[in-house]
Design a protein around this ligand. Structure first.
Ligand SMILES: NC(=O)C1=CN([C@@H]2O[C@H](COP(=O)(O)OP(=O)(O)OC[C@H]3O[C@@H](n4cnc5c(N)ncnc54)[C@H](OP(=O)(O)O)[C@@H]3O)[C@@H](O)[C@H]2O)C=CC1
Ligand SMILES: O=C(O)[C@@H]1CCC=N1
Length: 263
């Protein structure tokens, strides 16, 4: 049995992803404190919603509450954890040491960082195990998360960088998509046309990146005709320091993830 505590944006994406890839609604319990949202989840997914104390007995317990709510939740769960329960936290910044401190030293914990494309089975998740998590726990966690996309095992020291790159990463692409649509509209293009062009362009570019195995520089060079439009556009991006802005943005996300572990 899998239990998910916190069915917000990420918890629900994992729930929908798991149910869409072979897990039955009878295999998943959900804890959601807001009665109205809990009723929606029961209606939409056919899952059972239960109090946290009951979810704590599941074989795999996924914690998807905000980092700021995590310590209170861990203290609440501590007395109710099942003997064989493995805890998987997806919270940004919350270290395995914090999880172990509040759940007990012998509890197998896995820190994971998924992303919202899990909703459509295209997630990218990085995982790292705590002190009591053996190879079998890490394998079980990977198997569970592979249901919603790809999984990579990383050393814990990389988890804040993972959070900044793949955890927050989808937002950077939506930001670019939004900017491209608005640019088209500003130049007089109907909004629906601009949206269609941008959606298919980003989805096509990302399919090429995923399927060709080429470095992004090679793919960008193939679009950049000598003396052409792309070269003019890239020169403007460089003039405005977009590369530096992106690097600074990713560093800020990493630093925010680190700060979240400090409460
Ligand atoms: N969004 C994303 O792309 C990603 C998020 N994450 C991580 O996932 C976690 C959740 O983020 P996100 O989904 O964006 O945030 P949301 O605010 O959308 O979700 C948090 C959910 O937790 C619920 N909740 C709060 N306290 C409890 C509790 N004690 N028991 C059960 N449920 C509770 C909230 O309910 P209510 O609304 O009623 O308060 C809400 O539904 C964070 O730790 C974040 O770092 C990780 C990777 C990507
Ligand atoms: O914005 C956040 O804090 C979460 C973590 C990664 C993506 N969303």
């Amino acid at each position: 049995m899998i239990a998910i505590i916190g069915a917000g944006k990420m918890g629900e994406a994992l729930l929908a992803g798991l149910l869409g890839t072979g897990h039955g609604p009878g295999d998943v319990l959900v804890t959601e404190p807001r009665a109205e949202h809990a009723a929606e989840l029961r209606e939409r997914y056919g899952v059972r919603t239960v109090p946290a104390a009951e979810a704590a007995g599941a074989d795999a317990l996924v914690l998807a509450v905000k980092p700021q709510d995590m310590v209170d939740l861990l203290d609440e769960l501590n007395p109710h954890l099942g003997a064989g329960t493995m805890v998987i936290s997806v919270a940004a910044g919350i270290t395995t040491a914090v999880l172990e401190k509040h759940l007990g030293d012998g509890v197998p914990v896995v820190r994971a960082m998924p992303n919202t494309p899990a909703l459509v089975g295209k997630g990218m998740t990085a995982v790292t195990g705590g002190r009591a998590a053996g190879a079998d726990h890490l394998e079980r966690a990977q198997e569970l998360l592979r249901a919603v996309g790809e999984v990579e095992v990383v050393a814990e020291r990389h988890m804040d960088t993972v959070t900044a790159i793949s955890g927050s990463g989808p937002a950077y692409f939506y930001f670019i998509a939004e900017t491209m649509v608005e640019a088209g509209v500003a130049m007089g293009m109907p909004r629906a046309t601009a949206q269609r062009l941008v959606r298919q362009t980003i989805s096509g570019a990302s399919a090429m990146l995923g399927e060709s195995g080429e470095h992004p520089v090679v793919l960008r060079e193939a679009v950049t005709s000598p003396g052409g439009t792309t070269a003019a556009a890239v020169r403007e991006l460089d003039r405005h320091g977009v590369r530096t802005a992106f690097t600074d943005a990713i560093e800020a996300a990493r630093d925010r993830s680190r700060a979240l572990s400090e409460g």
